[in-house]
Write a protein that binds this ligand. Structure first.
Ligand code: B12
Ligand code: SF4
Length: 461
């Protein structure tokens, strides 16, 4: 079949992110004998016109649209992408069947199919199930009853079947060089799944709770290809948690060191599973920055959010970075159940003490269907069981309400290393675009200490 692959993501903050999810579909589709064309809307000045042109040029038998993000999960500076995606789907409509998929889509598939107007969708991983789905379409059938597939007019679906052997993405069709130039890095994945249960988190819903690892030699082959063939200078591991299980992370880092790979990289890591040995191995393998999904410095809030680690582990994980002069950021989520002025102060105090390169603070927690936070928000009267969560909806501790923004703003403005995207503290879209012109490799927050306070916009209304 002639297939048009559409990457609908146009978000460039904090930087343009290579559409690795769609690239994961490309290999199996080519091997199944399909002819692929790509339209990537990220860098397109006139996305709807470019999309319409691509549909006319390609004359596809099916159109596959990847929805990575539905909104920017940021409060109060919230941005929904749904209207733009709906327009894109409309431009594709009227001819070939439209198949939706991607992490954004998988969070609320039935509502999104209804709202956006596609013909069918795949919930969760797409690279295996897309093949039988297309076979059925080719034979003139309707793919009702395939796991993870929902069809307009028949939107109940069977649970997706997890991919057993995760392969490598096929990046051939995609503008990898441009993503590296403008985004500062390429991305790759070594595993899927997260066995933890933080109350707000969608990752276990998207990837499952059972960890599936890729063989280290296959990851090494992908890294070598990216570095030696594509000239990639910086890598980001998109794994939910790079250092879990820690033995696997250690094995991969040792393989990277042994293989003499000349590349720097960063990843999200969990403070509970860092050891001096693993940290040394990561640094030896080229890691030059780590991001901790810390969420809070308050013991009560760590419990409330069901984090697996303790304040003591945040302290020791931070010390391990400082001792190695490794740049590190703590990501904080303010406003969860039980957040109060006292717990906010505990977090600021802990961050002052552990002194990371950057603290990235989000205020308010986006509520997604199927998370324990949704149940909590219903119990607290923030939403009802019937509330649609398509538009960005946030849990904000009833103890604080809208004062949360001012409380965090006041405190963050006093500190040089705090970034609060929703409050535009030390981060705005123009600032990010400007910084990227300096050809920075890796995450921009690494520049925090060197830049000092470069832009401040207090929330004055
Ligand atoms: C790593 C990551 C990041 C990194 C990316 C670094 C990098 N260089 O790649 C960073 C931290 C920068 C980041 C930023 C953001 N992220 Co993010 N990120 C992730 C994460 C953890 C993994 C994404 C990934 O690469 N997965 C690996 C690929 C292989 O999986 P996949 O894309 O889902 O693709 C599979 C399926 O979805 C499906 N599929 C994909 N496309 C298609 C298409 C079709 C037709 C079909 C049938 C199937 C299909 O098949 C694929 C293979 O199995 C996810 C959470 C998660 N666990 O999924 C959040 C996630 C994607 N991010 C999210 C968001 C919101 C953002 C930001 C907007 C946040 C912000 N305000 O900064 C930005 C946007 C950045 C941008 N420019 O787009 C949301 C998106 C959903 C939503 N809520 O809107 C997620 C799901 C997390 C969440 N909060 O729920 N992110
Ligand atoms: S926040 Fe991290 S550890 Fe917690 S469930 Fe999500 S991915 Fe897993």
């Amino acid at each position: 079949m002639r297939l048009l692959l559409v990457s609908a993501n146009r978000e460039r903050s904090p930087y343009p992110v290579f559409p690795i999810g769609l690239a994961y579909l490309a290999g199996p589709l080519v091997r199944a004998g399909h002819h692929l064309e790509l339209v990537d809307l990220c860098f397109s000045p006139e996305p709807l016109r470019d999309l319409a042109d691509a549909v006319t040029r390609c004359s596809p038998d099916a159109i596959l649209i990847s929805l990575r993000n539905v909104d920017n999960v940021t409060w109060p500076g919230s941005r929904s992408y749904l209207e733009g995606i709906r327009e894109a789907v409309a431009v594709c409509g009227g001819g070939a069947p439209i198949i939706l998929g991607g992490s954004g889509f998988s969070l609320m598939p039935a509502e999104l199919l209804e709202f956006l107007g596609g013909d069918m969708g795949i919930v969760g991983e797409g690279e295996e199930i897309i093949i039988p789905l297309l076979e059925i379409l080719e034979q003139g059938g309707t793919p009702v009853g395939l796991p993870g597939v929902l069809v307009r007019g028949n939107i109940s679906w069977l649970p997706p079947v997890p991919v057993t052997a995760i392969g490598a993405p096929d990046r051939t069709l995609f503008p990898l060089g441009r993503y590296c130039r403008e985004g500062g890095m390429a991305n790759l994945q070594t595993k899927r799944g997260c066995p933890f249960g933080c109350i707000y988190c969608t990752y276990p819903l998207l990837e499952g709770t059972r960890i599936r690892l890729r063989p280290v030699n296959q990851v090494m082959a992908e890294i070598n290809g990216l570095v030696n063939f594509h000239g990639v200078e910086y890598l980001y591991f998109v794994d939910d948690i790079f250092n879990f299980p820690p033995e696997y992370a250690l094995e991969l880092c040792q393989a990277m060191s042994r293989g003499g790979v000349k590349v720097n990289w960063s990843a999200f890591i969990n403070p509970q599973f860092v050891t001096p040995q693993l940290m040394d191995a990561m640094v030896a393998a080229g890691c030059d920055a780590v991001e901790y999904g810390t969420d809070s410095g308050s013991p009560a809030m760590l419990r409330s959010l069901a984090k697996s680690f303790t304040v003591a582990q945040i302290r020791s994980a931070s010390a391990l970075c400082r001792e190695r002069a490794l740049d590190f950021a703590h990501y904080i989520l303010f406003g969860g159940p039980g957040e109060s002025v006292a717990t906010i102060d505990e977090t600021f105090a802990l961050m002052d003490e552990v002194d990371p390169t950057a603290v990235i603070a989000m205020t308010g927690i986006r509520i997604f269907p199927g998370t324990p936070l949704q149940g909590q928000a219903i119990r607290d009267g923030i939403i009802t069981a019937e509330s649609s969560l398509l538009e960005p909806t946030f849990y904000i501790s009833p103890l604080l309400g809208d004062s949360l923004a001012d409380l965090v703003t006041e405190r963050a403005l006093l500190r040089r290393n705090w970034v609060a995207p929703g409050l535009e503290i030390n981060m705005s879209d123009p600032m990010l675009e400007a910084l990227r012109t300096f050809a920075v490799r890796g995450p921009l927050w690494k520049l925090m200490k060197r830049l000092g306070r470069s832009r401040v916009r207090p929330m004055t209304g």
